[in-house]
Design a protein around this ligand. Structure first.
Ligand code: AMP
Length: 107
């Protein structure tokens, strides 16, 4: 009956430990296990949407919230500059099919 949980769903549910830096009622944020920048944080909505491809107009506020959360976390981490990235679909380099925004920052 139940669909298989993604790795990020297991992290959200506390079944797999992670280095959390933020949580609210829309998203969580934790450090990427394989950082590609001095600051590499993943901002993940609690709503289990697989990727940007599945977004509907109803999700626009949630997506704005992910971006604004990334901006605040970049400030908290004293980033002087940063990249925000969604990998979309296998061809776009996405490995985990639970929507997430990469914050990659430099101090
Ligand atoms: P993507 O290619 O956009 O799907 O990115 C998935 C990201 O998840 C990669 O940057 C991985 O390093 C990261 N990742 C994989 N497993 C974990 C984990 N257990 N905790 C934190 N980050 C992870």
């Amino acid at each position: 009956m139940s669909e298989k949980k993604t790795l990020f769903q297991k992290i959200i549910d506390g079944e797999i430990p992670s280095d959390f830096v933020y949580k609210d009622d829309i998203c969580v944020a934790f450090r990427d296990i394989n950082p590609k920048a001095p600051v590499h944080i993943l901002i993940v909505p609690l709503k289990p949407i697989p990727s940007i491809m599945e977004l509907t107009p109803k999700d626009s506020e949630m997506v704005s919230h992910l971006i604004y959360t990334a901006k605040k976390l970049a400030e908290d981490e004293a980033c002087k500059g940063y990249r925000l990235q969604f990998n979309v679909g296998e061809k776009g380099g996405q490995i985990i099919f639970h929507l997430h925004l990469h914050l990659m920052g430099w101090r």
